[in-house]
Design a protein around this ligand. Structure first.
Ligand code: NAP
Ligand code: HSE
Length: 438
């Protein structure tokens, strides 16, 4: 064994960690608790030299006394005794962006868990890293502890990726599964999630589908060799999902998931994040609570399913450490799997891939009502696969009707949904959800 491999005499990899919240303290704990293991695996010691957060006096349940303290993460990023700047602050502007930029310019490698930063400024940062001969790694940014970035950039490097999809926001999956298991309305479970501390400081990042879309944009870039294109993800959150839809979907053999799907078609790059129906007995349908799942389809490998904890101190810090050890080993992989300049500008395309759809209507109980609905669908070129009318009429004399269509285009569905209220036989707005083949 060489000195480098023994982990005893090689020079330590010196870390500066900015952000000492959930992920930052988790990272410090692993480095403290697994020092020998990390040194053995890295071929050199992994040592923290300096840390930074907003409030120096805050009790963080971890001993920081051996490390230098910086009040400003940007100062930490350029310290001479830091080889790798570990950004665990968050946010796509301000301190995180400035400190990462400063670190790369100062010749530091960077590890971050910041999906918003990468989805929005990933191209500029990857180009800077390449220009400076540094690496920018972010395993923790997508799906927490699931090693999806390394799976895609390394293990699946020999594949043309056809499609990548998944449930990448644990909070939304928790809310949807808890609504179903408890028979509870959205508002009540949202409040429960808030009290459990699951929601981001700005909860619309979670329930509005934005956080998951940041992650999807990062995976798309790696999968298709394109610049991260968060701005062209079609995003819809879970706010309009009712307990009624969850129950009715279950009756028809489906579960509702906030599903991200990215695929390259003849028209361009389709990226969408939206609540979809998936078969209840499929791996995605079975996914409970805060767990994440990413499904990758490659031309040679077929379908790969990765499942695990998508958030939390331990799982996310585990992913941060995988990047740190990779750098300590001397492995240097371009941010999105190829030099940033070689990433193409994607042609953004609205989703056009046909799918079956679930439609829920409140239908007036009068002669010819159903025929009018069928006629609107027929005129839009939509064929009905299954239909169910529930006998229970409310005080307005309307009854819920569920329709599952044969495969059709999103354009045809939009057209039909816009036309349905004009029939005069439905109350309220119809609900439509795509049924994704998984
Ligand atoms: P957090 O618990 O809110 O911690 C944020 C840390 O950043 C805190 O220590 C805070 O300091 C520090 N900070 C905030 N503003 C700062 C500033 N202007 N200058 C210096 N330090 C500042 O956040 P987190 O959950 O650990 O998330 C960190 C990153 O990991 C984010 O990018 C997040 O999206 C990502 N991530 C999180 C998870 C998760 O499960 N939590 C999973 C995947 C990825 P104080 O402690 O002094 O306030
Ligand atoms: N808010 C995110 C989630 C945290 O719920 O999945 C992990 O990125």
């Amino acid at each position: 064994m060489t000195a480098q491999n023994s982990g005893q005499t090689a020079s330590p990899l010196r870390l500066g960690i900015a952000g000492l919240g959930t992920v930052g303290t988790g990272t410090v704990k692993i480095i403290q608790n697994h020092a020998a293991l990390l040194a053995a695996r890295s071929g050199r010691p992994v040592a923290i030299t300096a840390v930074s957060a907003r409030d120096r006096m805050k009790n963080r349940d971890v001993d920081l006394s051996a490390y230098a303290w910086e009040d400003d993460a940007r100062a930490l990023a350029v310290r001479d005794d830091v080889d790798v700047f570990v950004e665990l602050v968050g946010g796509h502007e301000g301190v995180a962006r400035e400190a990462v930029t400063a670190a790369l310019r100062a010749g530091k490698d960077v590890v971050t868990a910041n999906k918003a930063l990468l989805a929005i400024h990933g191209q500029e940062l990857a180009e800077l890293a390449d220009a400076e001969g540094r690496v920018l790694r972010f395993e923790a940014a997508v799906a927490g502890g699931i090693p999806v970035i390394k799976a895609m950039t390394e293990s699946l490097a020999g594949n043309q990726i056809r499609r990548v999809m998944g449930v990448m926001n644990g909070t939304c999956n928790y809310i949807l599964t808890r609504m179903e298991s408890g028979g509870l309305p959205y508002e009540q479970v949202f409040e429960e999630a808030r009290q459990l501390g699951y929601l981001e400081a700005d909860p619309t990042l979670d329930v509005g589908g934005i956080d998951a879309s940041h992650k999807l944009a990062i995976l798309s870039a790696i999968a298709f060799g394109t610049r991260p294109a968060f701005g062209s993800v079609e995003i819809e959150g879970i706010e309009r999902i009712s307990i009624d839809d969850i129950r009715r979907a279950a009756d028809m053999g489906y579960r509702i998931k906030l599903l991200g799907v990215a695929q390259m078609t003849g028209r361009g790059l389709e990226q969408r994040m939206s609540p979809c129906l998936v078969p209840a007995d499929s791996p995605l349908g079975q996914l409970q609570g805060g767990t994440n799942m990413v499904v990758i389809e490659g031309d040679s490998v077929g379908q790969i399913v990765l499942r695990g904890a998508g958030a939390g101190e331990g799982p996310t810090a585990s992913a941060v450490l995988s990047d740190i050890v990779e750098i300590a080993r001397g492995v240097r992989i371009p941010a999105f799997g190829q030099p940033a300049q070689a990433l193409s500008v994607p042609q953004a395309a609205r989703t056009a891939v046909p799918a079956a759809y679930y439609i829920r209507l409140a239908l007036a109980d009068k002669p010819g009502a159903l025929a009018k609905v069928a006629s609107v669908l027929g005129e839009a070129g939509i064929s009905i696969d299954r239909m169910r009318q529930y006998g229970k009429h409310d005080e307005e004399g309307v009854a819920p009707v569920l329709i599952v269509t044969h495969k059709t285009t999103p354009e045809a569905i939009d057209h039909a949904i816009a036309a349905l209220p004009e029939t005069g036989v439905i109350a309220g707005a119809p609900v439509e959800l795509r049924i994704e083949e998984v």
